[in-house]
Design a protein around this ligand. Structure first.
Ligand SMILES: [Zn+2]
Length: 314
């Protein structure tokens, strides 16, 4: 975990992407301090707070959650004095999550199911004990503009793209943008509720805001090449999925067959299954918020990983 000064009074707390849950956070150190996203568990969030405490005059007065996935909000309770801000649908989604279930999954290292055991190993560095869901209470729908001692901060709803309540945080004067998981940089995205069209439109909107520095939800800092490349990835996977769908392949078989091509170097290329599944859902005309079978998809991605490894050896 490292603290990076992006410009005067604007910081990012970055975690190197090593798979699930290695998310990024931001700090606007003006007007009492505004933190963009907390981390997945209390130990990681405490470490983030220690980093921020090196530069802030006192605990931050505001926290913005970009969306409801636990790796962006399960540390909220450690900001007990702060106003917590998010989209209405972010707050609705957050209360449906279960830290206790995640803690149980983390303990399943000896599971007979290799996919579940693998997932448990991936969760080993996190500890969800003591997490109490603390959803935003300052809610908005389309947009919320803040002014922190002269620094303008625009919270803009761009969902349902990666999730139903996706918000980006824009500092127009500093030309800095925090995207949450609308942007994964050099790591393979997973989407939950949302559509390809909305996700691509959100990436276009990020480019149109013309930021100089983008803090993605996962992966290293970037410029607008980040959203451009991820848009190309989504368009590629959607087009490949359609041709396999038309040929009658299952989503799992399609995910095994699609060549990750230029995106093979992104971390966890096997996550492509989630993106193929989203394309298939759209091709079947299903709703953007129809529940997905996440355990089945995690089981599937381990098969896709094996197939991708076999192909790269041959
Ligand atoms: Zn995330």
């Amino acid at each position: 975990m490292e603290l990076v000064e992006i410009t005067r009074n604007v910081y990012a707390c970055l975690q190197e992407d090593r798979g699930l849950g290695c998310s990024n956070s931001g700090l606007v150190n003006r007007g009492g301090g505004l933190v963009v996203d907390t981390f997945w568990d209390l130990p990681h969030t405490r470490e983030m707070i220690e980093h921020y405490a090196r530069v802030w005059p006192g605990a931050a007065r505001r926290v913005v959650n970009t969306h409801h996935n636990g790796d962006h909000c399960w540390g909220n309770q450690l900001f007990s004095e702060a106003e917590i801000i998010g989209h209405r649908l972010c707050a609705e989604g957050m209360v449906k999550e279960s830290p206790a279930m995640m803690q149980a999954m983390r303990g399943a290292v000896d599971s007979d199911d290799p996919a579940m055991a693998g997932l448990a190993r991936g969760l080993a560095e996190f500890d969800f004990a003591g997490v109490e869901l603390t959803p935003p209470t300052t809610l908005f729908d389309d947009r919320l503009d803040l002014e922190l001692d002269g620094t303008r901060v625009e919270l803009i709803y761009v969902g349902p793209a990666h999730t139903q309540g996706d918000v980006i945080v824009h500092l127009p004067d500093q030309r800095v943008l925090f995207t949450g998981d609308v942007l994964f940089r050099l790591c393979t995205p997973i989407g939950w509720e949302g559509t390809y069209d909305r996700w691509i439109a959100a990436l276009d909107e990020i480019v149109a805001l013309d930021p100089e520095v983008i803090v993605p939800g996962h992966g290293p800092l970037c410029g607008t090449e980040g959203p451009r490349e991820m848009k190309a990835y989504l368009e590629y996977v959607r087009a490949e999925s359609k041709s396999h769908f038309d040929a009658g392949l299952s989503a799992l078989d399609a995910a095994k067959k699609i060549d990750p091509g230029p995106y093979a170097d992104w971390t966890e290329p096997h996550r492509i299954l989630f993106n193929v599944e989203r394309a298939y859902r759209e091709l079947r005309g299903e709703a953007w918020d129809a529940p997905i079978d996440a355990p089945a998809l995690f089981r599937g991605i381990s098969e896709v990983a094996e197939e991708q490894a076999r192909r790269s050896r041959s």
